[in-house]
Write a protein that binds this ligand. Structure first.
Ligand code: GLU
Length: 356
């Protein structure tokens, strides 16, 4: 009797382990690499071409084959989702990617996700997934600044590190990541700060940790709401509304703002200087557009971290405007697009901008 029960128990345990670590698990985590293109899949004519090359050329199987050491740390399989430069990524692509990630993380035989991506909009995709995918499992967006054909290419180590993080238990529940140049940055905070050299990505509030020789070293946690603690869920979103960014330097005109309004934008991100400042000639225009139902979101294009204070530079309460706080314009566009699927109320939108 005891033997029979034990045999039954052993069988249940064995199948549970197979489910959680995959049929060929051998104790290693299962990581799915979703490839979308970018320089990490790029190829140049010569090894000296570190900046002149074609992005989005190398298919996912070849990318995986280029780093056989990944097999020591995870069971890795790949899917080619897109093969494009990330500057061409559209909301539809974000939706497709988000829904695929959401479906994968629900599988028991998937422990983590890596998304290979172009650097141009890595920060947008990582933030989007941080907002809408309900999971504790690590989701890592990885990119490279040099194509694999170049001298001192950074893609292979970045990819290896990304797989390490995606397969790590200690990376769970911390939101999405961008792993590049040995740093683990939060998908929420990180931004491309320079468009040349491997040390291109930084977070204004610092990295979450480092990944070195197959091990993670953590320094802080993201305090903002994300993933399982987010009120947004990709499974319940069908499409993202149109949100546009209007860049404002000196001598700014109302042309772009009015054109965006006419094109049916639901919100305009004002990418202003300093504290999201608005030129005197623009203030009545933005008031008028708000009166027509468009949301006006003041953000800052200050490179290393803008910080827009509500009612600081402009009386936002009076004008019924919103501030993006520390989100740069491109991240503000992502959050506004997601938030507008749930509410059109200014107070609610402002709450969301402070919480995420
Ligand atoms: N513009 C391309 C992209 O974002 C290549 C840049 C890169 O990945 O570094 O996909």
């Amino acid at each position: 009797m005891f033997r029979k029960t034990f045999a039954k128990w052993a069988l249940v345990m064995a199948s549970a382990m197979l489910l959680s670590h995959g049929a060929l698990g051998q104790g290693k985590p299962n990581v799915v690499i979703l490839a979308t293109g970018g320089t990490i899949a790029g190829a140049g004519a010569d090894v000296t071409n570190s900046a002149t090359y074609q992005a989005a050329k190398v298919p996912v199987d070849k990318l995986i084959a280029s780093v056989p050491q990944m097999a020591n740390v995870a069971n890795v399989r790949g899917e080619q989702i897109f093969q494009i430069g990330s500057e061409s990524l559209r909301n539809d692509n974000l939706m497709t990617l988000g829904k695929r990630v959401s479906a994968l993380v629900k599988q028991n035989d998937v422990d983590g996700i890596v998304i290979t991506h172009g650097t141009d909009t890595t920060e947008e995709t990582a933030y989007f997934l941080n907002l809408v995918v309900k999971t504790e499992k690590p989701i890592v967006v990885v990119a490279s600044m040099r194509p694999g054909t170049a001298m001192s290419a950074d893609g292979t180590l970045n990819l290896y590190n990304a797989v390490v993080v995606a397969g790590s238990k200690d990376a769970r529940g911390r939101g999405t990541f961008v792993v590049m140049n040995d740093e683990i940055n939060s998908g929420r905070d990180v931004s491309k700060m320079v468009n040349i050299r491997p040390e291109a990505f930084k977070s204004p509030w610092g990295a979450l940790g480092m990944v070195v020789e197959g091990k993670n070293y953590w320094f802080r946690k993201l305090d903002k709401r994300h993933t399982t603690n987010s009120e947004f869920d990709i499974d319940k979103i069908d499409a993202l509304p149109l949100v546009e960014i209007a860049y404002a330097g000196g001598n700014v005109n109302d042309t772009a703002y009015r054109a965006f309004a006419n094109a049916g934008a639901k919100a305009i991100i004002h990418a202003g200087p300093g504290n999201g400042s608005v030129a005197a000639t623009l203030v009545p225009v933005l008031q008028e557009l708000r009166g027509k139902g468009l949301h006006i979101i003041r953000s800052s294009h200050v490179n290393a971290g803008g910080f827009v204070l509500r009612n600081g530079e402009q009386p936002d309460d009076k004008y019924d405007w919103i501030v993006a706080h520390d989100l740069n314009p491109q991240k503000a566009r992502i959050l506004a697009s997601v938030a507008l699927t749930a509410t059109g109320d200014t107070k609610e939108l402002q709450r969301i901008f402070m919480e995420y």
